[in-house]
Design a binder for this molecule. Structure first.
Ligand code: ZN
Length: 303
């Protein structure tokens, strides 16, 4: 059962008489009523009750780290001091850690801040993942930018960095299973390393979905528009903020029907597929970012 289909219990109902809840009554105290919708009979394991996004502790993946119970949502930060998305409820909070594609496998850690201002460190392991490599030979000079284009690209890169730093309040009791933004064949090219004439380029940091120009794109989750523009590589682009440092980006658009500040419901149309920017044909490039790391969008969708 997904939370979207979960029946809303009227608040006047008595709490379900169930042992796990009773044992935790001391913890829940006055907030027991607020926790009622999640305190359904035989509460499933945390992974089953908050299954999205899937855990995949590899570069470009997401680590799900249990922070245990706490009355208030704990604050957690990466080793680089970036704020993390924490989801769950007073019975169990979970930090969702976006792992950059450039991260080295091995032990990593986050910091969890306590109410008294002290922090504890929580280690986790990043497993190795071999992404595919694609070697392309092109005429020398063909992949180099003119001085003018380079200046434009650098301006836009700095602007996008600012956009990517957006961190707003997490969606309360956030449901993070995403709709696929556009129907079509989905590439599995996230993380693909491209090498032009032996020179390494940035890996592919999103999912490409094949669709005709003009196909409407829908919001995968509720979100707020935080940037729109026409960029050198990405073409027509929209960024959405889903709260807690979870952002998504849509590129090569032929049409943009929203402006910065607009708020979207899940499934609401807001732009259309195109072939703008540096692309060879129409498709949607879809990126998902968590604590400023581009992570595999496939972890957020079913199938
Ligand atoms: Zn792409």
């Amino acid at each position: 059962m997904t939370p979207t289909s979960r029946p809303r219990l009227p608040l006047s109902l008595p709490p379900h008489p169930q042992p796990p809840l009773q044992r935790r009554n001391a913890l829940l105290g006055a907030i027991a009523l607020l926790a009622l919708p999640s305190a359904r009979a035989a509460r499933p394991a945390p992974e089953a009750s908050v299954p999205w996004p899937h855990a995949s502790s590899v570069p470009g993946g997401i680590a799900r780290l249990s922070l245990g119970p706490a009355a208030q949502r704990p604050q957690a930060r990466t080793a680089d001091d970036l704020p993390l998305l924490v989801v769950g409820d007073p019975i169990e909070w979970t930090a969702l850690v976006g792992i950059p594609l450039a991260a080295e496998p091995g032990e990593a850690r986050i910091r969890v801040l306590r109410d008294n201002g002290q922090a504890r460190e929580l280690p986790y392991a990043i497993e190795a993942k071999r992404y595919q490599e694609q070697h392309l030979k092109v005429k020398p000079g063909q992949v180099d930018l003119s001085a003018e284009d380079m200046a434009r690209y650098e301006r836009e890169r700095d602007h996008q960095k600012q956009v990517a730093a957006t961190f707003s309040e997490p969606i309360p009791r956030g449901e993070l299973r995403m709709r696929v933004p556009v129907p079509g064949r989905r590439s599995s090219s996230f993380g693909l390393r491209r090498v032009f004439n032996g020179e390494k380029r940035n890996p592919h940091s999103g999912m490409d979905i094949a669709a005709a120009t003009g196909t409407p794109v829908v919001a995968p989750l509720a979100g707020r528009v935080i940037d729109t523009g026409d960029y050198f590589f990405n073409g027509g682009t929209v960024w959405l903020d889903h709260g807690g440092g979870l952002l998504s980006m849509y590129c090569h658009l032929s049409r943009i029907d929203v402006k910065t500040g607009d708020v979207l419901k899940p499934g609401e149309r807001f732009c259309a597929v195109g072939a703008t920017g540096r692309v060879t044909g129409p498709h949607l490039h879809w990126s998902v970012m968590l604590n400023r790391a581009m992570v595999d969008p496939a972890l957020f969708i079913a199938g």
